[in-house]
Design a protein around this ligand. Structure first.
Ligand SMILES: [Zn+2]
Length: 78
């Protein structure tokens, strides 16, 4: 009797966006409407742009968290 090779095919789904975000290291963001402290110097004054905010003291730049909401200066109809 002839031996048959056994082959197992395992399909794994790619990691979800939530899993990829959870796997990242510390990721500071600017949250509109909240008190935001600079991750570089701790001050709370910002120049807020369309997609990033810049610390007025040390010029650290962080992205603005949107959670699907329109960002400042972004057209809500788009
Ligand atoms: Zn700063």
């Amino acid at each position: 009797m002839r031996a048959r090779a056994k082959l197992a095919v395992v399909h794994t789904a790619p990691p979800t966006l939530a899993a990829r975000i959870a796997a990242r290291a510390y990721h500071p963001v600017y949250r509109p409407g909240e008190v935001n402290r600079c991750p570089g110097c701790g001050h709370g004054h910002w120049w807020v742009g369309r997609s990033t905010a810049e610390c007025a003291f040390c010029a650290a730049i962080v992205p603005i968290a949107s959670d699907g909401e329109p960002l400042p200066m972004q057209d809500a109809r788009a």
